[in-house]
Design a protein around this ligand. Structure first.
Ligand code: ATP
Ligand code: MG
Length: 658
């Protein structure tokens, strides 16, 4: 991380935001969450979590809420036993809700399938029986390399049912990325499909698996779902069609109860800041926090809401807020296979209209893309069913928040800006809908039961109006239990910086505003140091995005002989690269705009107009690569970049001096 060279270890507080949006009295009156939750959790944290754990069916009751004696290795709900898949599926069938639709699946070409909880139970049982036939048992690892198909959900729950760990690898990753994840987890089975629909065309997927498994000694079987019916290579030694093996299985399967701390899955982080880490999650605490947060933060009413989280199942958001949280709560949800601009830029809104989606959860990058496409597109659809909106993945710029509220949320839907990480397993900091008066751009307060603080380098909490480092100072149920196979890296990465205090170091910068609300300010590694001022990338980016010509912005600090670092901004213009806004006088006007909005110290040294920004496959901007360009270095590891040619274009533009 960037070491502060001056005495000033806190972050400068540049941006101020005074708009607040109190919940309507109608929303508040029906909200799942209440202000009392904060008090209850404050008075008795463990008692609060014990109450939340009662949302689940436990075959054996636990006898201790938390065992932190071997910190940082936590045990939650000690002695308890449960089956996670039973909790997500069978329980709802037994309660008489088997006819409720669990999944409205929408294929990119327009095919669709509604899967009830009854059917989900049969599919998960068959998949579990198939995996056992293939030799998968408790504790084994299964790699799932699938796009957004119902079989991805069946496979994850089948693993959970058997006590096997899944390791879902995003379907956009290369053979090499897949291979390294298979080998790290030593997966016995890989589940994949022939191909996937992307932007209206079938694209091969199995070919990547064929290439990956040439050097994966642990893999015994490859189970292949048929989706596009395209030609595939076939290795009769280990390849099997899903429909040959799964379809003939019994749809009955008796779930076994596993220990609350039984491992549930491994998931690799996005790799925004470096080499991905294999994050390990376990069962009882994880499912408790997934169910609680999904119900409280999204205000879920399982018998009337239609929920849609647009994340890919290959990211933690897909794990906790497509599979485990919603299904534990018996929700009806949309799962969409494809891209937001197929067949046209209104696809998401057509889906909202078709299914009457009421709760919609997406990422700031998607919202900024919708803004760039224009508000006339959502205006063509009936979005009146939407009653709550969420965002996750990056700080949301206040202007993007306002656009989201106005053009998607009809000016009334509460927005929940949810901060969390693969490591935290579930939402940690977020407004509570119906309780919190929302502020555009701020995640505001830790949820009831969660404790987070903004501290300086010494671990002392900073005051209101000041910035520093975000830490989680108390263990939480869904916390990671380690990095797969690497306890040392686990301790070093998260627990060594504030070892004395026992804080979890999140790696993100944050600040308190004057009323004590938390604002996330981007990665600590990205903080800039300009003439002794520590400036967050997020605040400068938000100032740029607030300008009417700018659609997206990424800001980095590049070494500078006089100021230590100088601010270099990369912007995507609403009008595109060739537009009249891209000339020198226009970029100078943008530099002045930043100086005017947040202060002269934040005035960018240079602004480059680009057509794309380097993003991870989960849509986060990779500033470390832009810093390489700004400092004329060779560009670093691009293996988790969505489109690696973006960096070539940007480097070329930089050299030609634009
Ligand atoms: P890696 O750890 O490998 O670099 P990553 O941190 O991008 O990858 P994730 O776990 O997917 O992997 O992302 C978590 C990070 O996303 C957080 O640490 C934070 O920087 C950012 N983030 C998520 N939600 C929010 C939010 N609501 N506001 C601000 N930042 C957010
Ligand atoms: Mg991270």
């Amino acid at each position: 991380m960037t070491q502060p060279d001056g005495q000033n270890t806190t972050l400068d507080n540049l941006l101020s935001e005074n708009r607040t949006f109190a919940p309507s009295s109608e929303f508040a009156a029906q909200a799942n969450a209440t202000a009392e939750l904060y008090q209850q959790a404050e008075q008795d944290r463990e008692g609060f979590w014990a109450t939340q754990a009662a949302r689940l069916h436990w075959d054996t009751e636990w006898n201790q809420v938390l065992d932190w004696s071997d910190a940082p290795f936590a045990k939650w709900f000690v002695g308890g036993k449960l089956n996670v898949a039973y909790n997500c599926v069978d329980r709802h069938v037994e309660a008489g809700n088997g006819d409720r639709v669990a999944i409205y699946w929408e294929g990119e070409p327009g095919d669709s399938r509604a899967i009830t909880y009854n059917e989900l139970q049969r599919e998960v049982c068959k998949a579990a029986n198939a995996l056992s036939e293939l030799g998968v048992g408790t504790g084994d690892r299964v790699a799932i390399y699938l796009p957004m198909l119902p079989e991805a959900v069946f496979s994850m729950l089948a693993c959970a049912r058997l006590g096997a760990l899944h390791s879902v690898v995003f379907g956009g990753f290369s053979a090499e990325a897949l291979r390294s994840r298979i080998n790290d987890a030593e997966a016995k089975v890989v589940i994949t499909c022939d191909g996937q629909y992307r932007r209206g065309k079938p694209m091969a997927l199995k070919a990547n698996v064929d290439e990956a498994v040439t050097a994966t000694p642990s893999v015994e079987h490859v189970l292949v779902v048929q989706r596009t019916e395209q030609e595939v290579g076939w290795n009769s030694g280990h390849d099997k069609w899903w429909h040959d093996v799964v379809d003939r299985q019994s749809d009955q399967h008796t779930p076994e109860a596993f220990d609350s701390e039984h491992p549930l899955y491994i998931l690799y982080t996005s790799g925004t800041t470096g080499k991905p880490k294999g994050i390990l999650h376990t069962s009882g605490g994880y499912l408790t926090q997934a169910a609680y947060t999904h119900q409280a933060v999204f205000d879920l009413k399982p018998d009337s809401d239609v929920y849609w989280c647009t994340a890919d199942i290959g990211w933690v958001t897909g794990h906790t807020y497509i599979v485990y949280g919603p299904l534990a709560n018996g929700a009806s949800q949309v799962i969409y296979e494809g891209t937001p601009n197929t067949p046209d830029e209104g696809r998401h809104w057509a889906i909202v209209q078709k299914y009457g989606v009421s709760l919609y959860y997406t990422a700031p990058t998607t919202i900024r893309t919708f803004m760039k496409w224009g508000s006339d597109i959502p205006a063509q659809y009936d979005l009146s069913s939407l009653r709550l909106l969420g965002t996750v993945g990056e700080p949301i710029n206040p202007e993007a928040w306002m656009w989201y509220r106005e053009h998607i949320g009809n000016g009334t839907a509460p927005i929940v800006d949810t901060w969390w990480q693969t490591e935290t397993g579930a939402i940690m900091i977020s407004p509570l809908p119906g309780v919190t008066a929302a502020k555009p751009g701020s995640a505001q307060q830790p949820l009831p039961g969660i404790s987070a603080k903004v501290v300086d380098e010494e671990g002392n909490q900073v005051g209101n109006g000041q910035g520093g480092l975000l830490v989680l100072d108390k263990p939480w149920p869904a916390m990671l239990r380690g990095i797969w196979g690497d306890d040392q890296r686990f301790k070093e990465t998260y627990w060594s910086k504030f070892a004395e205090q026992g804080f979890y170091f999140a790696g993100d910068g944050a600040k308190y505003d004057e009323s004590g609300d938390i604002w996330l300010l981007g990665r600590v590694d990205d903080v800039m140091n300009v003439s002794g001022h520590r400036i967050s990338t997020t605040e400068v980016e938000s100032a740029l995005v607030a300008h009417s010509t700018v659609a997206e912005a990424a800001v980095v600090g590049a070494s500078d002989a006089t100021t230590g670092q100088g601010i270099v901004a990369f912007v995507i213009l609403r009008g595109g690269t060739g537009s009249e806004d891209s000339g020198d006088s226009a970029t100078n006007a943008l530099r002045d705009h930043v100086a005017h909005e947040i202060g002269p110290i934040a005035k960018p040294r240079q602004i480059m107009v680009v057509s794309e920004l380097p993003k991870t496959r989960s849509g986060k901007i990779m500033r470390r690569l832009l810093r390489d360009v700004a400092e004329n270095r060779e560009v670093g590891d691009v293996s988790t970049l969505a489109d690696s040619s973006v960096m070539d274009q940007i480097s070329a533009g930089m050299k030609s001096g634009s």
